[in-house]
Design a protein around this ligand. Structure first.
Ligand SMILES: Nc1ncnc2c1ncn2[C@@H]1O[C@H](COP(=O)(O)OP(=O)(O)OP(=O)(O)O)[C@@H](O)[C@H]1O
Length: 359
């Protein structure tokens, strides 16, 4: 059935779900839009603060009702109390309970997030190649594409099709170049735009993270969405992170954004593993000559100003772009090349500073 028809079928099915206080879910004002992709159905139920527990059975019933008509798609139902979430920071300041404690992900020893202050700086490219670098050092490694708004991991790793879903509803991640990989992008059709609202996004990510069979990893690399909004904050608050790596280009403006990302991480008590300068300098493809056309070195200076480690620089090279766009990341396909070595040197720096990552 087409996605729109499934959405209608789900809405109809929700008419049989009772909600506290009488009435049915399909007609309830707190029910979000029903998002249907080739692999998933997602919707949120917003409730007044304090009503979460009362709505618990309705959520379970909604999940079951939607599954019956979802034709094998994974159903993700989130129950949220928006105002409670927005008030978390305030609550903390006023001595009320803050966000729920960070909960470890079963089967994953450590999580390293890769973030950036803004889009387009090469964060996903760096995340994939760092993950492959960890794998090359003998770590059992996975990658989670948390960039719901612009998931690019399927393209970067050449993933095809949806991840399999086991009988018990748990995802079996894709495998690519020795990595376990999960991305919401694998569940979207090409160019399908999905408007994730805040609580739905965090809930979808929660499920990708916790309802996947990671099968025992030393490290899971999480490619965060660019920027420093609520999604990023709630994401880094969901799990205990070993730390985060920030990717920036050398330009001043990108560095200002990188600074915002660092501030956000510090506010949420996430250790910063360091800063990477991507597209640091240009290497001419014909002569191999290096040109510092972007004022290279800005990130290094910024790192020392903010007193965080500078992890290294990655040149702007055509081969990185072409191989990324073709789903053949350099660290896997040309491990001895200069580009791959730049990523691997950064991985070794991270491992030297965080030896607990090693098996
Ligand atoms: N070092 C590099 N040299 C050449 N091209 C690069 C390099 N790093 C990234 N790119 C290219 O830049 C583009 C953007 O990269 P990428 O998607 O990784 O960025 P991003 O920061 O994750 O962006 P967004 O968050 O908007 O998805 C891609 O086409 C990628 O191939």
């Amino acid at each position: 059935m087409a996605n729109e028809l499934i959405a209608t079928a789900v809405r109809n099915a929700l008419a049989s779900v009772e909600i506290p206080g009488g009435g049915e879910l399909a007609g309830y004002g707190g029910l979000s839009e029903i998002i249907v992709t080739t692999g998933a159905v997602a919707f949120a139920i917003s409730v007044a603060p304090g009503m979460e527990a009362a709505f618990g059975p309705a959520r379970v019933a909604a999940q079951a009702a939607a599954e019956k008509v979802a034709e094998g798609r994974k159903v993700m139902v989130s129950l949220t109390s928006d105002r409670a979430q927005a008030a978390t920071g305030q609550a903390k300041a006023q001595g009320r309970p803050g966000p729920p404690p960070r909960e470890a992900v079963p089967g994953v020893r450590h999580i390293v997030a890769v973030g950036s202050g803004k889009g387009g700086v090469g964060k996903s490219t760096v995340a994939v190649n760092l993950a492959l670098g960890f794998a090359a050092e003998g770590l059992r490694t996975g990658i989670l594409d948390a960039d719901l708004y612009g998931p690019s991991i399927p393209k970067l790793l050449g993933l095809e099709g949806k991840p399999a879903v086991r009988d018990d509803g748990i995802f079996a991640p894709h495998e690519a170049y020795g990595l376990k990989a999960m991305s919401i992008g694998s569940m979207l059709t090409a160019n399908q735009a999905v408007v994730w609202r805040g609580p739905m996004a965090t809930s979808a990510l929660r499920q990708l993270l916790r309802e996947s069979d990671w099968g025992g990893l030393d490290v899971l690399v999480v490619d965060l969405p660019p920027g420093t909004g609520d999604i990023q904050i709630s994401l880094v608050q969901q799990v205990p992170l070993l730390g985060a790596v920030i990717v920036s280009t050398p330009q001043d403006l990108a560095l200002i954004d990188a600074k915002k990302a660092m501030d956000m991480l510090l506010r949420t008590d996430v250790p910063i593993l360091g800063l990477i300068e991507n597209m640091s300098y240009f290497v001419a493809p014909d002569t191999g000559k290096r040109y510092d056309i972007f004022g290279h070195g800005g990130a290094k200076t910024a790192a020392s100003t903010f007193d965080i480690p500078f992890l290294g620089e990655i040149p702007l090279v055509m081969s990185i772009r072409e191989s990324s766009d073709a789903g053949r990341p350099v660290v896997a396909t040309d491990p001895d090349g200069a580009e791959a070595q730049a990523f691997r040197a950064i991985v070794r720096t991270i491992l030297a500073a965080s030896p607990q990552l090693k098996p």
